[in-house]
Design a protein around this ligand. Structure first.
Ligand code: ATP
Ligand code: MG
Length: 401
């Protein structure tokens, strides 16, 4: 058994010793069978949240209303969720209330796709009432039960279907495909935060072009928030080797192709975290520069290594070129720079104030930039005395002539 499962095994055994059932479920079982990396395991159990709290001395109520308890055991944490059924879906969204049940089969039945509706017991046996294993073998995304009903119950599943396509490179089962197209409009009922979380995984996926193609094909894209609701934009993306890009790079590329003059508003509408928005916008502005210029040491320095790598990867993608060793090439150039950040400078603002008899002001920022540029252009070295002479000669150019 995989070591991620082995670490959780004592938790399952302890629940079983108390007279309940417990299984590994969902994504971890799917990824295990696909021999993909397993991130975290989810445990499903017949014990109610309160019974779980009785069994373990250390727990956190992370989602007790939905039956989820975080169990802290031997220095690790495990999500344990009571078998549940969901009913009374309102407004095409997941229900707020759930019913705890004692049957694994019923719990698996409420799950979205057959490949996500398998369980594994402590002995490693797979419980697969909806033939998820066969669909894994056939590389199919297929809803558990009637696709029409399942999409009507929770329209987020429309997004989830194509993000699994992007991550796994699978196809949509025929009926699931047809009903996805029929119900694409239901996405309007889903909170943007939930759509955005799935979109991030979709953009990151190794088969993102397959997923975007399907989104076009089923019209799902037209219910996405602005930017990705542009047909022409998605078509342009599909002409490029976008599978080599990650989420942030995909945002940069898409903004570049959309020609929007309000990138901030677009990214905010998708509720991306502020730090991510900053990185995307910073990279976008450098990309526009890069399209007509080659990297100088100063531009590399002022971009920062993260943005430089993003920009170069997007740039190569626009050129329809592979990006195999860009990472190491940019890193190598960075390692050769005389300074990589302002804190590497051999002089401080205080030094400048001592040399130049002027009150502190915005001029200092400009001068520091000039010093950095001179160092990076190898006009001077990063040496305090040399910088001082250079600064003084700039202040009194006539003395030099
Ligand atoms: P990932 O590896 O990206 O975490 P995952 O399959 O584990 O993929 P989660 O969002 O973590 O996806 O959900 C865990 C499990 O819960 C899924 O495998 C599926 O069985 C079930 N599930 C999640 N969201 C839904 C939903 N909207 N409708 C039905 N079942 C769902
Ligand atoms: Mg998961």
């Amino acid at each position: 058994m995989n070591k991620v499962f082995l670490a959780a095994l004592p938790v399952i055994r302890k629940i079983e010793d108390a007279g309940f059932k417990a299984y590994f479920v969902g994504g971890a079982v799917r990824d295990f069978l696909l021999e993909r990396e397993i991130h975290d395991v989810d445990i499903a159990t017949s014990a109610t949240p309160f019974e779980i709290k009785d069994i373990f001395s250390s727990t956190v109520d992370v989602g007790i209303d939905h039956g989820t308890i975080l169990v802290l055991y031997k220095g690790q944490s495990f999500e344990v969720t009571t078998f549940r059924s969901e009913s009374n879906y309102k407004d095409f969204r997941r229900p707020d209330t759930v019913t705890f049940i004692r049957s694994l089969q019923e719990d698996l039945k409420r799950r979205d796709f057959t490949i996500n509706a398998m369980a594994m017991d402590a002995a490693g046996n797979i419980i697969d009432p909806f033939n998820g294993k066969a669909d894994l073998d056939h590389k199919l995304i297929k809803t558990v039960g009637e696709a029409k009903e399942r999409f009507q119950e929770d329209a987020l599943r429309l997004m989830r279907a194509i993000r699994f396509i992007s991550q796994l490179g699978f196809s949509l089962d025929k009926k699931t495909h047809a009903e996805l197209a029929n119900h694409a409009h239901l996405l309007e009922h889903i909170a943007i935060e939930r759509i955005s979380a799935e979109m991030g995984k979709l953009l990151n996926g190794k088969h993102n072009e397959q997923a975007l193609f399907l989104a076009l094909n089923t019209n799902l894209y037209s219910f996405w928030p602005s930017l990705f609701n542009e047909r022409e934009l998605i078509k342009s993306l599909l002409e490029l080797p976008i599978r080599q890009l990650n989420e942030v790079e995909m945002w940069v590329l898409s903004l570049y192709y959309s020609n929007t003059n309000q990138p901030v508003d677009l990214l905010k509408r998708w509720k991306l975290p502020v730090r991510k928005i900053k990185l995307i916008l910073h990279s976008l502005s450098i990309l526009n520069w890069r399209l007509n210029n080659k990297w100088s040491d100063y531009q590399l320095y002022s971009s920062g290594i993260d943005a430089a790598i993003i920009v170069e990867r997007v740039f190569k993608t626009i050129q329809k070129e592979p990006i195999n060793d860009i990472h190491t090439e940019i890193e190598r150039r960075f390692n050769e720079l005389p300074i990589v950040s302002r804190s590497d400078l051999a002089v401080s603002g205080k030094d400048l104030l001592g040399w130049i008899q002027k009150p502190a002001g915005p001029w200092m920022k400009g001068l520091i930039s000039n010093i950095e540029e001179a160092i990076l252009n190898k006009e001077i070295s990063n040496d305090k005395m040399e910088i001082r002479r250079w600064v003084e000669s700039c202040q009194n150019p006539s003395e030099n002539s």
